[in-house]
Write a protein that binds this ligand. Structure first.
Ligand code: BGC
Length: 774
């Protein structure tokens, strides 16, 4: 069909294509938080400084080098001291401790002509020295105070350790658990992800970046990295703008609105244009639409990788990236190498270089580095602050809050503090895995293993008998690879049969089996995609043999992504998801297992039944042929022949040792005006035998729209403590703004019509009411 006849057909059908009008009504930028406001004094100071700077000195500010402890890419920075002395470096990452940071800062201050201080960055992702649960676990707490506290403690420690800048929060929405980096973010939901992003920015930055205990946050990875195709790291992302705006971009925007000081561009391409060379993304959207005023650093050698993306040669990609809006080149040194020549050849303008330089200098100014280049760092403060008792106690509490009880038949949990426990599994004694991936400066030797935690909590009253039962992976190549990148795995050379036999013998002596199974930390995080997301190695075979003993079987899962656990769900007596819980993981797990803490976490990523269901997420569309799941003969429906549509554990799911019952939501009105708020009241009752916390979740569904709308969208949650027998009426407030979405013209609108409100303890089991927006 040619274009004309297609248009004519659409007209006769009453359908038209619309494109975004020039002045689409987007969500207005929030008022700039104080830390990021324009400051005439800053402007005057930087104007004055830049007048004195040579072209080389300006380009030097755009160069970010890695030196010190960790390397996260294939290349390492060379000749760092020499480059710092020459003024060829603006920032350094991977160097910490007051002594090491001071040494490099002194080089910059003493050797360079203009004495511009360096900015010191690091991957502080879930704690600095005191390590908290991986971010996916932190999010599962649904506890914004706890998440903010974890970031605050990380900031206290990082700043005391000579750092000014942390590469967090990572807010990439992720719906594909094959992607190893789902461990680093808050999961699949844009609303929850936004609240988590804000909490982390607040925690790191506080309200005054010049304070010695504040660090600048770096929002990453901008943007859409979590949508990498097939869950394969660094892969392509391609999606409609409508999906982008509604489902993937909100957490980045929330962090910008919360005043994040810097942004990291991502590795992936976005609809064909790699993020690091994407002017629409880094300038039009981020700066012009959202009002971001900080600086943009690229990800690790991301400018160099533009060559492999097919964007040009070294000179061209350096120019492309700068003009797109990248200000700092992480490790790749292409800005350093080529921008001077690019300027001569007309590939970039002086103004492009000046702008990037100004933004980097502004970042340093905002941190107060021109006044105090050491940002108050001292060994004395480091000693006092790092891993102090209060932080350790908070790490234990936050870890408990992150754990999710997935199954608990016959009240197998909590365990009694008596009798014999068979502690089995490759993770039972592990300390290294407890602090997870991206644990920065965390010392795994100070982490508490599950075995130690059980001893600490249950004391001598419980007898523990132990067997490893299985290796986490039996393949030497896999182990070598994991160990090469920071693992501490030792291969037990016995055959799998021998190991399982020993575990069964041990289990037979016990009253209950606690099986510590899951992934090794290096199977998650960057460059750790998995095509099969079941328990690796012979762990499932181990569990099957343990099950055959007939003893109650409690699984304590340690892992960084949703796993496929259908056999486990059918056969285990109880399952506790503990992620990688951090420095205090073992104590926290034991607190939950023995009932010193009643679990309250809820999943923030759907657990599929099988890999074939991926991507699987709660806020999907209905499709024209939704399958109710009731009639197996129902052929022409959106379904699989060999698998159900439902997940194993839905988004928002998590059990408690007590039970919560929800009443029907009561609405303050059933017809809502465009400017009128709506109150939703719901009574939650603790009907079980324990005091406990519940996360009450509110979802809406827009029943009819100009675009098909998700079957559910989270719009609010409250975490409440209810004593045994207590009931409480919770009030949620929805404003018409909460009903808005980006329509096909990318206007942010609330469309009149019918809505459903759903409230419940997870995204599946909800009570419903309806209202109309006029
Ligand atoms: C990762 C970033 C990280 C950076 C610096 C990259 O490989 O994608 O998340 O911040 O390395 O270590």
């Amino acid at each position: 069909m040619n274009k004309l006849s297609r248009a004519a057909l659409l007209l006769t059908l009453g359908l038209t294509f619309t494109t975004a009008p020039l002045h689409a009504q987007q969500q207005p930028p929030a008022p700039t938080p104080k830390v990021m406001q324009d400051d005439p004094k800053m402007k005057a100071f930087i104007d004055n400084l830049m007048q004195k700077m040579t072209l080389e000195e300006k380009i030097g500010q755009l160069n970010l080098v890695s030196v010190g402890f960790d390397v996260t890419g294939p290349v390492v920075s060379q000749n760092v001291n020499e480059n710092i002395s020459k003024g060829n470096v603006g920032g350094v990452f991977n160097t910490y401790t007051p002594i090491a940071a001071r040494k490099l800062q002194e080089l910059a201050l003493k050797q360079t002509r203009l004495k511009i201080p360096l900015i010191f960055g690091y991957d502080v992702i879930h704690g600095h020295r005191t390590i908290f649960p991986i971010p996916l676990g932190l999010a599962a707490s649904w506890d914004l105070t706890a998440v903010e506290r974890s970031a605050r403690i990380a900031a206290e420690e990082a700043s005391a350790d000579g750092l000014h800048w942390v590469y967090s929060p990572m807010v990439d929405i992720a719906r594909d658990p094959r992607w190893g980096r789902v461990a680093e973010g808050a999961g699949e939901d844009a609303y929850l992800g936004s609240r988590m992003a804000e909490a982390m920015v607040r925690g790191y930055q506080g309200t005054d970046l010049t304070k010695e205990n504040a660090v600048m946050a770096c929002l990453k990875h901008f943007a859409l990295y979590g949508a990498s195709e097939a869950g394969r790291d660094y892969n392509t992302t391609d999606m409609s703008k409508v999906r982008m705006y509604n489902e993937y971009l909100p957490p980045y925007k929330a962090a910008v609105d919360a005043g994040v000081g810097s942004v990291m561009s991502s590795f992936n391409d976005v609809n064909g244009v790699p993020a690091t060379a994407n002017r629409w993304l880094l300038t039009d959207l981020l700066r012009e639409k959202w009002g971001f005023k900080g600086f943009v650093a690229t990800d690790y050698t991301a400018i160099n990788e533009l060559i492999a993306h097919g964007m040009g040669d070294e000179k061209e990609v350096a120019a492309l990236s700068l003009k797109a809006g990248a200000d700092m080149d992480m490790v790749g040194e292409l800005f350093l190498k080529h921008l001077g020549e690019d300027l001569k050849n007309g590939l970039v303008k002086q103004a492009d270089i000046d702008l990037a330089c100004r933004r980097v200098l502004e970042g340093k100014y905002r941190l107060g580095l021109f006044k105090d280049p050491y940002h108050g760092v001292s060994e004395k403060r480091a000693k006092k602050v790092i891993m102090n008792k209060e932080f350790i106690a908070d790490a234990r509490d936050i870890a408990r809050k992150s754990m999710v009880l997935l199954k608990n038949d016959n009240q197998t949990l909590p365990l009694k503090k008596s009798g014999t426990i068979a502690l089995v599994g490759p993770l039972a004694q592990s300390q290294r895995d407890m602090i997870g991936n991206w644990s920065g400066a965390g010392d795994w030797k100070q982490a508490v293993s599950l075995e130690q935690g059980i001893k600490n909590v249950a004391g001598n009253a419980v007898k523990i008998v132990y067997a490893k039962g299985a290796n986490i992976a039996d393949d030497q190549q896999m182990l070598d690879r994991l160990n090469h990148h920071g693992g501490e795995l030792v291969l037990d050379k016995r055959s799998s049969e021998e190991m399982i036999k020993e575990a069964v013998q041990v289990a037979q002596q016990a009253d209950v089996i606690v099986a510590a199974v899951g992934e090794s930390q290096g199977m998650t995080g960057e460059a750790a995609s998995r095509a099969d997301i079941g328990l690796p190695g012979q762990q499932l075979a181990l569990l099957k043999a343990l099950k055959a003993t007939g003893k109650p079987l409690v699984l304590v899962l340690m892992n960084g992504r949703p796993l496929t656990l259908t056999w486990e769900d059918q056969n285990a007596s109880a399952i506790l998801e503990t992620w990688f819980g951090g420095t205090q993981a073992g104590n926290a797990m034991a607190d939950v297992l023995f009932g010193n803490y009643n679990p309250s976490g809820k999943l923030t990523m759907t657990f599929p039944r099988s890999v074939g269901q991926i991507p699987l997420y709660y806020n999907h569309k209905s499709t024209g042929r939704p399958y109710a799941g009731t009639d197996p003969m129902d052929k022409y429906k959106s379904r699989y022949l060999d698998e159900v549509n439902e997940p194993l554990y839905p988004f928002g799911f998590g059990l408690s040792y007590t039970k919560f019952e929800y009443g029907k939501p009561e609405l303050s009105t059933t017809t809502l005006g465009q400017n009128q708020p709506l109150e939703v009241k719901v009574t939650v009752r603790n009907t079980g035998n324990y005091d406990g916390e519940e996360v009450a979740q509110l979802y809406i569904r827009d029943m009819v729209g100009s675009l098909s709308r998700p079957v559910k969208e989270l719009k609010g949650f409250q975490k409440v403590m209810l004593k045994k027998g207590e009931s409480r009426t919770l009030t949620f407030r929805l404003s018409p703004d909460d009903l808005k979405f980006y329509n096909n013209d990318l206007n942010f609108v609330a469309e009149p019509g019918d809505f459903q409100v759903m409230v419940g303890g997870n995204s599946r089991d909800v009570q419903m009411a309806g209202f109309k927006l006029q």
